[in-house]
Design a binder for this molecule. Structure first.
Ligand SMILES: [Zn+2]
Length: 102
């Protein structure tokens, strides 16, 4: 198998120190079934996702228990959008002629 491609993680905001011991178990207890349900029909929650308030808001209102499948899809989208942000908006200026046209 080829080595994993190196990439910049989209998560630049660190999780709080009590994330694993306090926050995560509390949210999973509150949301025993997946709250996303984009790729399941209420599977058991095993991970905690950050909602629309952003990845640096660790309040209970922004956190939700999700299943592995929905979470993987969601974090994949977040990584893709972060990569899109780093990409230049256009490769060549909007004005001017196409370089192939003389
Ligand atoms: Zn799910």
């Amino acid at each position: 198998m080829p080595p994993a491609r190196k990439h910049t993680p989209w998560r630049t905001v660190p999780l709080p120190p009590d994330w694993a011991s306090e926050v995560r178990p509390r949210i999973l207890a509150r949301d025993p079934r997946c709250r996303l349900r984009t790729h399941c029909w209420g599977a058991r929650s095993v991970e905690v996702d950050h909602g629309d308030l952003g990845p640096d808001d660790h309040s209970d209102a922004n956190l939700r228990g999700v299943c592995a499948r929905c979470h993987a899809h969601r974090t994949g989208q977040q990584g893709a959008s972060a990569a899109n942000e780093r990409r230049p908006k256009r490769l060549r200026p909007r004005d001017g002629r196409h370089p192939g046209i003389q």
